[in-house]
Ligand binder design. Structure first.
Ligand code: ZN
Length: 122
């Protein structure tokens, strides 16, 4: 990817990760493929993610921090959301987490939904 395209992707959400919203340095930005390249052959998947012009297109690029890009991996947007939501179930099975809940050090937020940074901007 050339420097000019990287800069456009970086500025897409004001220098922040499209998913968690953390500010990221340009040098640390990872370019996420909203629909992963390897999965870009499904028209239904492309349509579900509002990508019209193929996987190697600016519409399909999101700026991402390392952590979000790592966790999203080969998932599309809804699969990524589900994976993150599943993380809560995993935590709730943890003894220390449950104990910290009991002591009020961790508070559940309801409703339990994840709105990605780029969705909140719309
Ligand atoms: Zn992030």
């Amino acid at each position: 990817m050339n420097k000019k395209t990287r800069k456009i992707v970086y500025e897409k959400y004001g220098g922040r990760c499209a998913y968690c919203g953390q500010p990221i340095e340009m040098k640390d930005m990872q370019v996420d493929h909203i629909v992963p390249i390897a999965r870009g052959h499904s028209d239904a998947l492309m349509k579900a993610n509002n990508i019209e012009r193929g996987t190697e297109n600016i519409d399909n690029y999101n700026p991402a921090c390392r952590a979000c890009n790592f966790r999203k991996g080969m998932l599309d947007i809804e699969e990524f959301r589900e994976a993150l939501m599943h993380g809560i179930d995993v935590l709730e099975r943890n003894f220390t987490y449950r104990l910290m809940m009991r002591y009020g050090l961790i508070v559940k937020r309801e409703p339990r939904t994840i709105k990605f940074f780029f969705e909140a901007l719309r």
